[in-house]
Design a protein around this ligand. Structure first.
Ligand SMILES: Nc1ncnc2c1ncn2[C@@H]1O[C@H](COP(=O)(O)OP(=O)(O)OP(=O)(O)O)[C@@H](O)[C@H]1O
Length: 261
């Protein structure tokens, strides 16, 4: 087991030298970045950039054969239990059972975590309160809007009190108000509840000045830093222009040393 580092240097997520291939196709190429505790990090990349592959490696759907992934200092390959216990995940595909009630969806998941029925219900109620859906607990999931379903999925991902939340394209398919709502709620979780967040998206307007941004392009990290540091390194005046220059012209990562979270 990798011993967790000192509090001051401990990273919520640390990805180091990670490469992953599907046959001849290198989906991730020496990917390295880290996220500090309580930090919101946007993983920005076009379709096919490698975002979902990275999530699949962090969550152990695939086993990494190169590099290292550590969650709060715990290596996912050597100490998967310790690492995954600190991780909550909202997958790109919708994963609620639409024929079950909102509460049943959460209870089922809580049972998989090994909570007693009473503890499961208490946790489910608390998390539904947190995403402001306590009043919908008894309704069938299929009666919820897309944005509300996402909020239930976030509540479900938080049932076991993770310290790092991964969300893979959580706003895809949502209207503009629901998108804003999900972004704001997740930002609040990060600020108020000291949760580190890794948010994968191809939607540039989800990068705001307070966030760390990691730009992934053709499996490589081409920028990693604060919003302002990415602008400074690319000479762009807004993040859309920075992203365009990074993904169309650049083959090398600009130097953003010391600019990360
Ligand atoms: N199971 C797989 N088998 C073969 N190739 C794959 C597989 N999964 C992903 N790839 C390839 O790996 C690369 C990265 O794909 P990935 O799905 O990780 O990107 P992404 O950034 O999540 O894009 P999207 O937003 O479209 O899901 C792509 O070239 C994709 O075709």
């Amino acid at each position: 087991m990798t011993a967790p580092g000192r509090q001051s240097t401990l990273r919520a997520l640390e990805v180091a030298g990670l490469t992953h291939s599907f046959g001849p196709n290198k989906a991730l190429d020496e990917v390295s970045f880290s996220i500090a505790p309580s930090r919101f990090c946007v993983l920005l990349g076009l379709n096919g950039a490698g975002k979902t592959t990275l999530f699949s490696l962090i969550t152990r759907l695939y086993s990494n054969t190169s590099g290292a992934i550590r969650v709060y200092g715990h290596d996912v390959r050597r100490s998967p239990g310790e690492a995954l216990q600190r991780l909550g995940v909202v997958f790109q595909q919708r994963t609620l059972d639409l024929d079950l009630s909102v509460m049943q969806n959460l209870l089922y998941h809580a049972a998989l975590h090994g909570f007693t029925p009473r503890e499961a219900r208490e946790r489910a109620e608390a998390q539904l309160e947190r995403v402001k859906l306590a009043d919908r607990a008894k309704e069938k999931a299929r009666r919820l809007s897309g944005g509300q379903m996402r909020r239930v999925e976030i509540a479900r991902a938080l049932l076991h009190d993770p310290k790092l939340l991964l969300l893979d394209e959580p706003t895809v398919g949502l209207d503009i108000d629901s998108r804003r709502d999900i972004v704001e709620r997740t930002t609040a979780l990060c600020q108020d509840d000291k949760l580190a967040v890794l948010w994968a998206t191809h939607l540039i307007d989800e990068v705001t000045p307070a966030k760390q941004v990691v730009v992934l392009h053709h499996g490589k990290v081409v920028a990693d830093g604060t919003h302002d540091a990415v602008l400074a390194a690319t000479g762009a005046t807004d993040i859309a222009a920075a992203f365009a220059s990074l993904t169309q012209a650049k083959t090398e990562a600009p130097s953003l040393e010391g600019a990360g979270a």
